[in-house]
Design a binder for this molecule. Structure first.
Ligand SMILES: [Zn+2]
Length: 68
């Protein structure tokens, strides 16, 4: 089932964004083999392994790549 990414373009302070981000984290960490995933935020650019708390913070504070 394709994951809904329409929330990515929503303003950061909306419930849609918060819900979408949460769903993304559930999905990403549900498929991860450990407690870290490669953070997709613009700062880490899929190169840094981060825990859920950190990823959530990064995606709330910095830009989510629009082409993801
Ligand atoms: Zn990050």
């Amino acid at each position: 089932m394709p994951i809904d990414k329409s929330w990515i373009s929503k303003p950061r302070n909306t419930i849609e964004y918060a819900n979408g981000l949460n769903e993304f984290l559930e999905f990403a960490f549900g498929h991860a083999n450990g407690v870290v995933i490669k953070c997709p935020c613009s700062k880490c650019g899929f190169n840094k392994w981060q825990t859920r708390d950190v990823v959530q913070e990064h995606l709330t504070c910095s830009t989510f790549p629009q082409n993801y």
